[in-house]
Design a protein around this ligand. Sequence first.
Ligand code: CA
Length: 358
Amino acid sequence: MTHLATGGDQGYLRIATEEAFITKEVLTAYKRLVAEGFDDPGFVSLWGFYSGSPSERATTVVDRLQDLGARRLGDMDAAGIDKAVIALTAPGAHVFAAAEAKSLAADANDQLAAACRRHPQRFIGMTAIAPQDPAWSAREIERGHGLGFKAVIHNGHVAGEYTDDEKYWPIFEAAEALGTPVYLHPQGPSKGLIGPLLERGLDGAVFGFGVDTGLHLLRLIVMGVFDRFPKLKLIVGHGGEALPYWAYRIDYMHAAGIRAGRHPSLKPLRMPVSGYFKRNIYVTFSGVAWEPAIQFCRSTLGADRILYAMDYPYQYQPDEVAAQDAIDMSAGDKKAFFQTNAERVFGLEEPVHGSGKS
Ligand code: CA
């Protein structure tokens, strides 16, 4: 077992790539939606729990989410995390009416940028968007890039709409143009999907998040987003939301369905579905500190496509860091997993632009 300290004594820095925060303003707005009985059962299940439950899990997570200073840095130190790539927590601003969404997302970006300026060696930010207004989001992605952010956080469906609809594509176009990756992060399953999951308490991170996010990514692929934007980099967490494990069957049946003309909405793609996982998609292991899953993706996708993540504060488990230090892989592959893939995919070695410089 390695000793959990920062500084790289184990041969690599540890860069955690799916870490979350919340602003007081977004938390207050989430509480208001819950109190109003907002018509989105996935959101109400998620934030009804975190903002309303007296359980230690809920209160600790919400306290930690709000900290972008000493407490977070102390937790990172204790777990040996050198750098955290931080994003507005799910569902971000995706649940609000457009005007409020834009205001909350821009303010969250300003607050996160200020924290990154205070701790430039430890914190890296992602740009929050308001996909209800794709043109504004494209401009905000450019503003975030200027603030020094290294990715875009995209918290899934928008009031039940998935962003394979072409009206959302300006978001992907802007990210591709800047070479900045889009991180597709879960939220509660859409209203059309959640019923049987909610009925058995399986709507959250336990399973429903992965179902909804895997579906969303698969929809982006089959609708040709990566044919239209071939240089777009998309990051997905939780071991790829199970899609790498499904790849063989998806490739086979997708091709068979197209050959047979089974669905008018299925169009030929320039490569098999799994091909986009080797060209456009990167997989992090947020919440999946499990060697067999990591080794499976390393062998099927490649050692250059898998990244470490903790999923702080939702899964703050320093013992899981030690377990991943102990994974049986070469020193080079392990350094890629913990450090250099993140440096390359997020462009961490590139100079920070504009006023974010420090
Ligand atoms: Ca997360």
